[in-house]
Write a protein that binds this ligand. Sequence first.
Ligand code: XMP
Length: 326
Amino acid sequence: DWDASSIIEDQVKKIREKVGDAEVICGLSGGVDSAVAAALVHKAIGDQLTCVFVDHGLLRKGEVEQVKHDFVEATGIRLITVDAADDFLTALKGVTEPERKRKIIGEKFIRTFEKAQQQVLEEAGARGKEVKFLVQGTLYPDVVESGGGDGAANIKSHHNVGGLPKDIKFQLIEPLRTLFKDEVRAIGTELGLPDEIVWRQPFPGPGLGIRIIGEITKERLDLLREADAIAREELTKAGLDRDIWQCPVVLLADVHSVGVQGDERTYGSPIVLRPVSSEDAMTADWARVPYDVLATISTRITNECRQINRVVLDCTSKPPATIEWE
Ligand code: XMP
């Protein structure tokens, strides 16, 4: 018989015993796992925890605020945010190849986190404390996938931009290590985290960077963020959030097609909707979103995003196609 509040109690006790009066650092990605892990550790040791959030500029509309404001408000956690959007854009200039994008984003992420980590160490030092632990939101399926070894995500290594350097300076705290996703969500809710965080669908570490097919620019990111926000809003309104595993919204930035918007001929880029249903992302089927919902999304995107004159639906399963386009 599974019960969120007794798991929380149990973990709080364990974390307190383990940490003593040392300090703890935790990286937030905006996703469910790191948020719940942080909230749990914070419940146990309060201000001995400092979280670090690297804003790489590749998140979706509203997500940075969710972390910086909603999450902090719900938990009272001390948070250091690094606004690195410009840095990431500079590093990605001219890059179009997906694996190179991933590599650049992953490396830049680690470097940026390390700098913030240095700040956390110094601030703790000024309080006469030592940072000894690093929190990770490893779940049970991650442990299984990586062969039960230390440091999850060997198989998914290229996947986990949120994956931090394995730092021997720190001992790991992994309070979610025995849990499945639905259990983690239940704990997040019990800890008072906002639904937008607790029920967030899977989102890749490299973010919108791998949903712009072509070079990543500020303008393209802003455009995709708008289109993506519209699609999410309408899917939520239609009550489809928990039926759909995730719905990447992709900008085919280097493709142009002719349209007629208002009284004008336009020559704009298409947006692809990629709603999928899945159990674990290893295989997936394209989700049969009702035509009416698709129609509303399409109309709104082409009305509200001036540079988009065409919306197309990806109706391919995985395999043969992956969920993301890159
Ligand atoms: P694919 O595209 O391989 O995606 O079918 C399977 C799942 O993994 C997510 N994904 C990623 N997650 N970093 C991540 O953290 C990545 O580079 C990455 N690429 C894909 C994808 O969103 C889906 O849930």
